[in-house]
Design a protein around this ligand. Structure first.
Ligand SMILES: *[C@@H]1O[C@H](CO)[C@@H](O)[C@H](O)[C@H]1NC(C)=O
Ligand SMILES: *[C@@H]1O[C@H](CO)[C@@H](O)[C@H](O)[C@H]1NC(C)=O
Ligand SMILES: *[C@@H]1O[C@H](CO)[C@@H](O)[C@H](O)[C@H]1NC(C)=O
Ligand SMILES: *[C@@H]1O[C@H](CO)[C@@H](O)[C@H](O)[C@H]1NC(C)=O
Ligand SMILES: *[C@@H]1O[C@H](CO)[C@@H](O)[C@H](O)[C@H]1NC(C)=O
Ligand SMILES: *[C@@H]1O[C@H](CO)[C@@H](O)[C@H](O)[C@H]1NC(C)=O
Ligand SMILES: *[C@@H]1O[C@H](CO)[C@@H](O)[C@H](O)[C@H]1NC(C)=O
Length: 470
């Protein structure tokens, strides 16, 4: 069995090295995702300038924003644009809508903007509320868009869609990788057939950080950061292949899943990867040291000549887009969500990084030491961010009302005459209510965010007879 698998992998490797992708992509391995979910980030022209300064070769956006496409025109950067999830059903059922979208969103900028990838939807197979309305429409929409491009004789824009790792049901050991049963025949097979016949890529968002952070006692941090010692390497019992890092292990799980369906020759494009440079107190391993280490090692590895590939696809070119250009302060969810940036919104690097991968580690200045690589042990409270007090009283009042409307007895203690009533200010009451809310809901996914008004603290905010739960 193992011999057969090895033979199969060898065959696939030979086949994959014959596919026509390598030449087209070898000069552009590393790009950056330009997310714009911040109220303080620079205009597109400045963002494009900053991307070029990082020596990225490509940029990916989450729409087909005209200002961005104008700004990127003539720069030589390759561009990946996205068709929003909501448009998939109508575009799949109506060719003239597909034509209209291409005409209005792409043609005005192409070819001056070097648009090379059109991604149809973002991680739609992770959103089960789209299972009836959108999943079955994905490939038909891709077909219609391809037809529109061909009608304009455009042949160098590849069409794909981004998928998260949760498209897989099994990802460990990597040789056992397989897709979820609810999508494998209905969506994935037609998708892979389309990608194969159009010489496109399987675009995957891959985050070793999440795999490690959800299981830090089982997975070695250094292995997740491409710094694993040989004693921490992993040998896949199914294939006999040796893994030196978590990234390639996850990637090979995807390759194995595709191979299982008969499409092992479709190449992979990393649509997103990265590591958070900060986060909440209770989030492990999100810091500048780890983020810099991961991203620098990633780009060095992916930029090697000749290409390294993965253990199951040795020598294969793996293009990648790092997530993201900026820390984006308007993203909801836990604190890490707002800390994926290579840059602060003012354009200053969170840490230096050369996206050509040519700078050796020794040429970078020292990094701040990591302080949160082990789980946080102490108590944590969720309070109103000091900096937001008095800044946005209306928003604080609205958040207070929201918090008090959730859970059981959330705001009893700030009621008139009760122990936390005084000081009787919106800010003091919000301080109490945010924490009371969060303590009830944190284990079920409730976050300490409130639109950016709340922060975690290790300092007990209780005073007098007013006790804050923890
Ligand atoms: C395009 O991006 C710019 C800059 O972020 C923004 O101001 C503008 O509203 C966007 N355009 C559309 C149509 O979303
Ligand atoms: C397709 O879209 C066009 C443009 O909006 C519209 O005129 C036409 O009626 C639509 N066709 C169908 C079958 O819905
Ligand atoms: C899933 O799709 C629905 C419908 O478009 C949307 O409202 C919701 O925000 C999506 N969920 C996530 C987690 O993106
Ligand atoms: C999809 O359709 C099935 C069968 O009609 C139904 O049971 C299910 O609730 C629907 N799911 C969603 C998310 O609409
Ligand atoms: C995942 O794999 C297990 C074991 O093969 C199987 O029992 C289960 O039904 C699968 N689930 C999905 C969603 O594919
Ligand atoms: C940019 O923002 C960061 C983080 O807020 C700050 O540390 C840095 O000093 C700022 N740089 C400049 C040039 O203002
Ligand atoms: C509130 O109380 C109800 C009934 O006792 C319980 O089912 C629910 O889980 C409680 N909610 C929270 C957030 O504790």
């Amino acid at each position: 069995m193992a011999f057969f698998l090895l033979l199969l992998l060898l065959l696939l490797f030979l086949l994959s090295s014959l596919t026509p992708h390598s030449d087209a992509t070898i000069s552009m391995r590393i790009g950056v995702n330009l997310g714009q979910l911040g109220d303080n980030i620079p205009a597109p022209a400045r963002s494009i300038e900053l991307i070029r300064r990082l020596r990225a070769k490509a940029v990916k956006i989450y729409d087909a924003n005209a200002t961005v496409l104008s700004a990127v025109s003539g720069t030589g950067l390759r561009v990946s644009v996205m068709l929003p999830n909501e448009l998939i059903p109508s575009i799949s059922s109506n060719q003239s809508l597909a034509d209209a979208w291409i005409s209005s969103q792409i043609l005005p900028f192409y070819p001056k903007a070097r648009i090379r990838y059109l991604l149809v939807g973002n991680e739609i197979l992770s959103n089960y509320s789209l299972s009836n309305s959108t999943w079955p429409q994905l490939v038909p929409a891709m077909v219609n868009l391809k037809r529109s491009l061909r009608s304009h004789s455009i042949h160098n824009i590849k069409i794909g869609t981004t998928l998260a790792m949760d498209a897989l049901n099994v990802s460990f050991p990597p040789s056992a990788g397989s897709f979820r049963a609810d999508i494998d025949q209905s969506v994935i097979v037609p998708l892979l057939r389309f990608l194969k016949s159009t010489n496109s890529f399987y675009f995957v968002d891959i985050y070793p950080y999440f795999a490690w952070a959800s299981n830090p006692s089982f997975i070695d941090l250094d292995y997740a950061l491409f710094e694993g010692k040989p004693s921490k390497y992993y040998t896949d019992p199914g294939s006999g292949l040796l893994y030196t890092n978590l990234f390639e292990q996850q990637l090979d799980a995807v390759f194995a899943a595709m191979t299982r369906l008969g499409f092992g020759g479709v190449p992979i494009f990393i649509a997103e990867t990265g590591w958070p440079n900060g986060g909440d107190l209770d989030q492990i391993g999100a810091n500048i040291f780890n983020a810099a280490t991961y991203n620098r090692n990633l780009v060095r590895r992916l930029s090697q000549k000749p290409p390294i590939g993965t253990p199951s696809r040795p020598g294969m070119v793996i293009p990648a887009m790092i997530f993201a250009l900026y820390n984006e302060n308007m993203k909801g969810g836990p604190g890490t969500e707002r800390h994926w940036g290579l840059l602060y919104p003012n354009g200053t690097g969170v840490y230096p990084v050369d996206l050509t991968g040519r700078t050796p580690e020794s040429a970078y200045p020292p990094l701040p030491a990591a302080t949160n690589n082990a789980p946080y042990k102490g108590k944590i409270w969720c309070v109103l961010d000091e900096e937001k007090k008095g800044v946005d009283e209306k928003a604080v009042a609205a958040a207070l009302t929201y918090a008090c409307g959730q859970g059981n007895g959330t705001c009893d203690a700030i009621g008139k005459g009760r122990e936390c009533f005084r000081p009787n200010t919106v800010a003091a009451h919000a301080n109490y209510a945010f924490n009371s809310y969060w303590q009830q809901f944190r284990t079920t996914g409730g976050t300490c965010f409130f639109g950016g008004l709340a922060v975690q603290t290790a300092k007990d905010p209780s005073y007098g007879s007013c006790k804050f739960p923890a």
